[in-house]
Write a new protein. Structure first.
Length: 127
């Protein structure tokens, strides 16, 4: 009986370790465009029409996202609670190609990133 309790305890600890590792996010670097979420989904754009367009949509309330080169969309989130807005942080990069480093979290088919570092790349969208 004692052996069974030890095995069960071990399995529970393993499940907890795996869950904690997933919850912690994975350090990742992503390259892609800062684009408003509506254009990424509704218009299926591969890159922003222009920086001005992306910025106008963001100012109107559309959340900015990172549209990675592989087509994956990353929602910028805050690690702080209550969560601080990320649109303001991304507005200087709206419509630009960037490299973003941070912790990526996955849930229900969505990906989110807590941005540690963001850098503008040389390529700009065409108008």
């Amino acid at each position: 009986m004692k052996r069974l309790e030890i095995v069960i305890l071990f399995l529970l600890l393993m499940i907890l370790a795996v869950s904690t590792a997933r919850a912690g996010g994975k350090l990742t670097t992503v390259k892609g465009y800062v684009i408003d979420s509506a254009c990424a989904f509704v218009k299926d754009l591969k890159k922003p029409i222009s920086s001005e367009c992306a910025l106008a949509c963001a100012k109107a309330g559309s959340p900015l996202v990172i549209l990675a080169d592989d087509g994956m969309i990353y929602w910028p989130i805050s690690a702080e609670m209550p969560a601080a807005g990320q649109n303001e942080r991304l507005m200087p990069y709206a419509g630009q190609k960037v490299t973003v480093s941070g912790r990526v979290y996955q849930k229900g088919g969505s990906r989110a990133i807590v941005i540690n570092k963001i850098e503008r790349l040389g390529e700009k969208p065409t108008s």
